[in-house]
Design a protein around this ligand. Structure first.
Ligand SMILES: *Cc1c(COP(=O)(O)O)cnc(C)c1O
Length: 391
C-alpha cells in the first residue's frame, strides 16, 4: 500500500513542473554546475559582493571576535553591538529613522505583515507579490484583497470599495522578482495618501540595484513609503533580512513580531559581511552603474533578435516562452552552450508565462555578455505566440 505522500510524489515526478536541485560551486559569474563549467546568469549576487574578498575578510574577523553563533534571541543574550551598528547604517542608507534585523527577508515579511495587521485590517496585495508576502498575508488575520499586477485602476476601485475601513495596508514588491519590473511607487504613494492606507514595499531586489547609490525603489521614485522590507541576501552579499520604518513602528515590531522575538539573532559573520557590503555599495557606485548598463544592453539585444522581453530597467530579465516544457527545453539548449539561465515555471509564475529568468552581475565581463548574446543568436526565439501573456 502506498501512503498518500508516495502517491502525491509520484504525480509530481511525472509532471513537467517537477523541481530539481542543482549542484553549484559558488555564485560567481563563472562557476561549475552539476560538474560542468558554466557562465552563470541567474544569481541574486548582483554586485558580486557575496564572493568579494573584503566582505569575506570581515565575516572571518567577526567569527574570530564573536564566535559563529549569536547564542540567543535579540531580546535575551543575542544582541551584539554589530547588530545595532548594521541597523543604524541601514536606516541611514534607506533614509529612515530606524531599522530592525530579521534572520531572512522571508521572515521580515512574516514579522511585519502579521504584526501590523489584525482582523480589522484589509491588506491590498499585488497579484505578483513574492511568496513570502503571500504567506505573511495568509498568516495575518486580515482580509486580503488582491489587485491586478501594477494595475492602479484596479487598486483604486478596490480601495474605494473599502473606503470606510479604518486599517488599510497596501503591500507590493519594489522590483518584482520574476518580472524585473518596478511597482509604480509614485502612483501607489498618491493612492495610499488619498485612501489613508499604510504602504509596505519589499525592496529585496531593489536594494543596491536601483535608486541613487542603490538606495532602492522609494529613492528611485523620490517618494516616502511607510515600511521598507529588505534582504541582506541579494546585492548586499550576505544573508538576513531587515525592516526600515519610523521609530515607533520599529519599537512596535520589537514588541510584536514573532520572528524577531523568538528567533536567534543573526549570526555575527552575516552581520559583518552585510556591513562591508553596504560600505562597498556606497563607495563603489560604478558596480551598480555597470550592472544596470549590462541589463539594458541584454534587454535591447534580445528584443532585437525577436525574443519576448518585457520593457524594464532592472538586471532581472524575463524572456517569456509561455509553455513550461518549451521553457525547460530552451534552458537545456542554453546549457549545451555552457550558460546557466533557469526556466521558471508555475506555480512560481502564472500559467502559460513560463520563462527564462536571466539576471546579471556587475562582475560579468564583456566576454561573458558576448557569450550569452551569441548563444541567444544561435538559438532562435521559440515559436511566437505560444504564451498568452500580454504586456
Ligand atoms: C528573495 C526575496 C525575499 C526573501 O528574502 P530572503 O532573505 O532570501 O529570505 C523576500 N521578498 C522578495 C521580493 C524576494 O525576492
Amino acid at each position: 500500500m502506498k501512503n498518500w505522500i508516495q502517491q502525491e510524489y509520484e504525480n509530481i515526478q511525472s509532471s513537467p513542473l517537477k523541481r530539481n536541485l542543482i549542484k553549484i560551486d559558488k555564485n560567481t559569474t563563472e562557476t561549475t554546475i552539476n560538474g560542468k563549467k558554466k557562465v552563470l546568469a541567474a544569481s541574486n549576487n548582483y554586485l558580486g559582493l557575496a564572493t568579494d574578498i573584503r566582505v569575506i575578510q570581515k565575516a572571518k574577523e567577526a567569527i574570530e571576535q564573536y564566535g559563529t553563533g549569536s547564542g540567543g534571541s535579540r531580546l535575551t543574550t543575542g544582541n551584539l553591538p554589530i547588530h545595532g551598528k548594521l541597523e543604524h547604517e541601514l536606516a541611514q542608507f534607506k533614509g529612515e529613522d530606524a531599522c530592525l534585523l530579521f534572520s531572512s527577508g522571508f521572515l521580515a515579511n512574516m514579522g511585519v505583515i502579521s504584526s501590523l495587521s489584525d482582523h480589522e485590517t484589509i491588506i491590498f496585495s499585488d497579484a505578483l507579490n513574492h511568496a513570502s508576502i503571500i504567506d505573511a498575508c495568509r498568516l495575518s488575520k486580515a482580509k486580503i484583497v488582491i489587485y491586478k499586477h501594477n494595475d492602479m485602476e484596479d487598486l483604486k476601485t478596490k480601495l474605494t470599495q473599502y473606503q470606510t475601513h479604518k486599517k488599510k495596508i497596501i503591500v507590493t514588491d519594489g522590483v518584482f522578482s520574476m518580472d524585473g519590473d518596478l511597482a509604480p511607487l509614485d502612483k501607489l504613494s498618491f493612492l495610499k495618501k488619498k485612501y489613508d492606507a499604510l504602504l509596505i514595499v519589499d525592496d529585496a531586489h531593489a536594494t543596491g540595484v536601483i535608486g541613487e547609490k542603490g538606495r532602492g525603489s522609494a529613492n528611485y521614485f523620490h517618494v516616502d513609503v511607510d515600511v521598507t522590507v529588505g534582504t541582506l541576501s541579494k546585492a548586499l552579499g550576505s544573508e538576513g533580512g531587515f525592516v526600515c520604518a519610523n521609530k515607533k513602528t520599529i519599537e512596535f515590531l520589537v514588541q510584536k513580531a514573532r520572528p524577531f522575538i523568538f528567533q536567534t539573532a543573526l549570526a555575527p559573520a552575516s552581520v559583518a559581511a552585510a556591513l562591508m557590503g553596504l560600505h562597498i555599495i556606497q563607495t563603489e557606485p560604478e558596480r551598480q552603474k555597470r550592472l544596470l548598463e549590462l541589463g539594458m544592453f541584454i534587454r535591447k539585444s534580445l528584443t532585437k533578435m525577436g525574443y519576448h522581453v518585457p520593457d524594464g530597467i532592472t538586471p532581472i530579465i524575463p524572456i517569456i516562452i509561455g509553455d513550461a516544457k518549451e521553457a525547460v527545453d530552451f534552458q537545456q539548449k542554453l546549457d549545451e552552450n555552457d550558460i546557466f539561465i533557469p526556466a521558471i515555471r508555475p506555480p512560481t509564475v502564472p500559467d502559460n508565462t513560463s520563462r527564462l529568468r536571466c539576471t546579471l552581475m556587475a562582475t560579468h565581463t564583456d566576454e561573458h555578455i558576448d557569450t550569452i548574446i551569441y548563444a541567444f543568436k544561435r538559438l532562435n526565439p521559440p515559436s511566437k505566440g505560444s504564451g498568452n501573456f500580454h504586456f
